[in-house]
Design a protein around this ligand. Structure first.
Ligand SMILES: Cc1cc2nc3c(=O)[nH]c(=O)nc-3n(C[C@H](O)[C@H](O)[C@H](O)COP(=O)(O)OP(=O)(O)OC[C@H]3O[C@@H](n4cnc5c(N)ncnc54)[C@H](O)[C@@H]3O)c2cc1C
Length: 363
């Protein structure tokens, strides 16, 4: 036998293949499984959650219409965590203008709960498994490959749900798309971490969510990268922990693995410098230490697929509610360090109103 030959596994048949186990893939797989469909979820990484697991502790939401969650699987997950003893999630106001309330949670317990919900729905989970090579039969995907370190299998699903975050499979299948803004510039990527042993009463005593006074000093002294002239720090789920989502690396193409690796290493260095600065210079951090440094940067933006409906800025600003609306939202428009631009969170709609995202944008 040729020891280098990759073993080929039997074909996998299922009703639904969900590509990617981020928030979207998690929800899609649970819903499909509960509907009685044979569902396979393939996730390239070792965890469920996507960006949520790359940036452990990232709050959920921030854009509920008028402060209310209408429902859905993330609401169910939140309720499940909040009902634990002690509670593993709670809703808090966001410290930033234009954002609604957000859900903070214990990321490890959330990981366990998401797996339970997938198991209960009968979903077959393949971790560390990358889906590639869609083979087309006309406009339909006939088969794809599931690849892991032990080999590859061909999967022939009736329905493919591309929840890869960057339209990986759709792009390979020929769906048209564009990348970034009109000039192809994408938003910055972020490496996050958590600080423990940072007493909230001292840390947040000044009330500035951006710690501007300290951050500007750090930049002027050459201790912090110039993009850290505002450091957004928020309370973590557990008392006296602080979540940092502020280390942003610009000009990274999130579809290119080598660029992601380079940005992650650059991010690690900036996180280390930031923690040293906080410990030395900012009240409350003297005895804090870093934990939960993300395994990779979180990518905000790559491909924008052309769906059957393409949502426009004008529709969002007009707070349009579509007949086939599947998500109601009042979120501000986030624009984070695109090219040499700043970080902005401008309100998209007037207060106390909201827009919906039409189902046709996803087809
Ligand atoms: C830095 C940052 C901060 C953010 N802050 C917030 C916030 O505070 N609150 C909030 O609500 N939202 C926030 N967001 C947005 C939120 O993270 C995204 O909207 C959400 O993660 C999108 O979920 P998703 O499942 O579509 O994609 P992702 O989370 O990107 O998940 C995609 C998954 O697909 C997998 N995958 C990709 N290709 C393949 C393949 N070929 N085969 C198998 N698996 C594959 C990936 O490994 C990944 O796990 C933030 C995003 C970033 C990057």
């Amino acid at each position: 036998m040729n020891r280098d030959a990759i073993p080929v596994r039997p074909d996998i048949r299922c009703d639904v293949l969900v590509v990617g186990g981020g928030a979207a893939g998690f929800g899609a797989a649970v819903a499909a499984g509960r509907a009685g469909l044979q569902t396979v979820l393939a996730e390239a990484g070792p965890k469920i959650g996507g960006v949520m697991s790359f940036c452990p502790g990232m709050p959920w939401g921030g854009g509920y219409p008028c402060g209310e969650i209408i429902g859905g699987l993330i609401a169910e997950l939140t309720d499940r965590l909040a009902a634990q003893s002690p509670p593993a999630a709670e809703t808090r106001p966001c410290a930033l203008a234009n954002f609604g309330p957000e859900i903070v949670y214990d990321p490890d317990l959330a990981q366990i709960a998401m797996f339970e919900m997938l198991e209960e729905a009968g979903v077959r989970i393949h971790l560390n498994t990358t889906v590639t090579a869609p083979r087309m039969a006309g406009a339909r995907i006939e088969s794809l490959r599931l690849n892991d370190r032990h080999g590859a299998a061909v999967v022939r699903p009736a329905i493919v749900l591309d929840c890869s975050g960057d339209g990986d499979i759709s792009a390979q299948a020929g769906v048209p798309y564009e990348v970034g803004d009109a000039s192809g510039r994408m938003m910055g990527v972020t490496l996050s971490f958590l600080l423990v042993n940072a007493p909230w009463d001292t840390v947040f005593a000044e009330g500035d969510p951006y710690f501007t006074r300290h951050a500007e000093r750090g930049v002027a002294a050459g201790r912090l990268h110039p993009d850290l002239s505002r450091i957004y720090l928020m309370k973590g789920f557990h008392r006296d922990t602080v979540f940092c989502n502020s280390v942003v690396i610009r000009g990274v193409d999130g579809t290119q693995p080598a660029e992601i690796a380079r940005a992650t290493q650059e991010g690690r260095k900036r996180c280390r410098a930031l923690v040293a600065f906080l410990r030395d210079e900012v009240p409350g951090f003297a005895n804090a230490w870093m934990t939960n440094l993300g395994p990779t940067v979180g990518v905000r933006e790559t491909r924008k697929l052309h769906g059957q409906h393409r949502l426009t800025g004008a529709e969002v600003r007009a707070a349009k509610r579509f007949a086939d609306g599947i998500v109601a939202c009042a979120n501000p428009i986030d624009d984070v360090m695109r090219g040499d631009g700043a970080m902005t969170h401008d309100a998209a709609v007037a207060e106390a109103t909201w827009y919906t995202l039409p189902f046709q944008t996803t087809l």
